[in-house]
Design a binder for this molecule. Structure first.
Ligand SMILES: NC(=O)c1ccc[n+]([C@@H]2O[C@H](COP(=O)([O-])OP(=O)(O)OC[C@H]3O[C@@H](n4cnc5c(N)ncnc54)[C@H](OP(=O)(O)O)[C@@H]3O)[C@@H](O)[C@H]2O)c1
Length: 202
C-alpha cells in the first residue's frame, strides 16, 4: 500500500482518480473548503512546500487541479492567459519541482492534461495550450527525475460526470466514464511506466 497525496480530490477528475487508488492510503488536498486532510494552493510555492512538509512521508502525488479560462482567442485577455498558465501549467510544474525534494525514492507524479490539445475546440485555446505543455513536460522531465522517481500525464476526454457542464460546447465528442480515467491514474501510480501521456478517449 502506497501513501498518495491526491490534490483536487473533491473535483470531478479528483473523484475519478480516486476510483483507481482504492488499494492505497489516500491523503486528500484541495483549496476552497475544509473537506480535505490538507489545504493547498497549487499556484503558491510556499503552500506546496508546506503541504509536503506537513504530510511527511509519501510515495506518490496525483494532481487533478488545473484551472482554465475559456474565451475566443481574439477576446482572451492576458489576465485570463496568466490564470490558466499559473494553475494548469506552472502549478503542476511546481507540484513536481518542489515535490521531488520530498517524495520517497521510486515515487511517482501523475499530472492532468486533457484532450483539447489533440482535438481543439473554440474558446479552449488556453486549456489546449497548457495541456500540450504538460504533456511535453512529462515526456522530457522524466529523463531528469532523480532517485527512480516516475512521472506521467493523464490526458482524458471529457468524463460522463462532467458532460452536463461541458457537453454543449463539445459537439461530436463522446464522454468516457470517470472510472476509466481512474484506471489511467491507477496505471500511472501502480505501473512502471514513466514519461508517458496516457490518453483516455472514446
Ligand atoms: N472534467 C473533465 O471531463 C476533464 C476532462 C479532461 C481534463 N480535465 C482537466 O482536469 C482538471 C480538473 O477538472 P475538473 O473538471 O475536475 O474540475 P473541478 O471539478 O472544478 O475540480 C477542480 C478541483 O481543483 C481544486 N482547485 C482549484 N484551484 C486550486 C488551487 N489553486 N489549489 C489547489 N486546488 C485547487 C478544487 O478544489 P476545491 O474543491 O477546494 O474547490 C477542485 O477540487 C482541469 O485542468 C481540466 O481541464 C477535466
Amino acid at each position: 500500500m502506497k501513501t498518495i497525496i491526491l490534490i483536487g480530490a473533491n473535483g470531478k477528475i479528483g473523484q475519478a482518480a480516486r476510483t483507481g487508488l482504492r488499494n492505497h492510503k489516500v491523503i486528500t488536498a484541495g483549496h476552497s473548503t475544509d473537506n480535505y486532510d490538507y489545504k493547498v494552493d497549487i499556484t503558491c510555492e510556499a503552500s506546496l512546500r508546506k503541504l509536503y512538509q506537513d504530510v511527511g512521508h509519501f510515495d506518490a502525488v496525483v494532481n487533478a487541479v488545473g484551472t482554465c479560462e475559456y474565451a475566443n482567442f481574439t477576446e482572451m485577455t492576458e489576465a485570463q492567459w496568466m490564470n490558466t498558465i499559473l494553475s494548469k501549467m506552472m502549478g503542476q510544474i511546481n507540484i513536481v519541482r518542489i515535490g521531488q525534494e520530498y517524495i520517497s525514492d521510486h515515487g511517482s507524479f501523475s499530472l492532468i492534461s486533457g484532450i483539447l490539445n489533440i482535438k481543439p475546440l473554440p474558446t479552449a485555446i488556453a486549456d489546449a495550450t497548457t495541456s500540450g505543455a504538460i504533456d511535453t513536460f512529462v515526456k522530457c522531465v522524466a529523463f531528469e527525475m532523480p532517485r527512480g522517481i516516475r512521472i506521467n500525464a493523464i490526458n482524458p476526454t471529457v468524463i460522463e460526470e462532467a458532460w452536463g457542464l461541458y457537453g454543449e460546447m463539445m459537439p461530436g465528442f463522446q464522454p468516457v466514464s470517470g472510472a476509466l480515467v481512474g484506471k489511467a491514474f491507477e496505471r500511472s501510480v501502480d505501473g512502471f511506466i514513466t514519461g508517458q501521456v496516457i490518453f483516455v478517449d472514446a
